[in-house]
Design a protein around this ligand. Structure first.
Ligand SMILES: Nc1ncnc2c1ncn2[C@@H]1O[C@H](COP(=O)(O)OP(=O)(O)OP(=O)(O)O)[C@@H](O)[C@H]1O
Ligand SMILES: [Mg+2]
Length: 103
């Protein structure tokens, strides 16, 4: 959500949706959509790498998404991203309703 806000430079909309994953009934899906500047196609493979940032020095460490990726993986989930430059981005986090052996 902080990335989404950063991408919009003060104007736009941030939409957070939680639902049963329409594609897999054993998962919940949290979607974070923004109407920001989007992600360049060449950056897409790198955004989950630690220390990869396109923000100016002093603004981003490039750790946010790599930490999110690790936390979601520990919970047996997945993160997916779709983005259109100048239109916005949507990050989807899918988490199993029951992790292996838990609950
Ligand atoms: N919602 C988004 N819209 C546009 N670009 C994004 C979005 N989310 C991530 N990015 C891109 O992915 C890069 C990596 O994101 P990440 O959260 O890992 O690091 P950061 O935001 O640059 O720094 P940090 O989160 O450590 O302060 C960002 O620098 C930006 O280029
Ligand atoms: Mg970030």
């Amino acid at each position: 959500m902080i990335n989404a806000i950063d991408s919009m430079d003060g104007a736009g909309s941030l939409t957070v949706t939680t639902e049963l994953n329409p594609e897999r009934k054993d998962e919940v899906r949290v979607s974070i959509a923004d109407t920001g500047h989007g992600i360049a196609r060449e950056d897409m493979p790198k955004i989950f790498e630690p220390f990869y940032t396109t923000k100016p020095p002093g603004r981003g460490t490039g750790l946010g998404l790599s930490i999110c990726y690790g936390i979601v993986a520990e919970h047996h989930g997945r993160i997916m991203v779709e983005s259109q430059p100048d239109r916005g981005s949507i990050f989807r986090v899918c988490l199993p309703i029951r992790g292996s052996g838990e609950g």
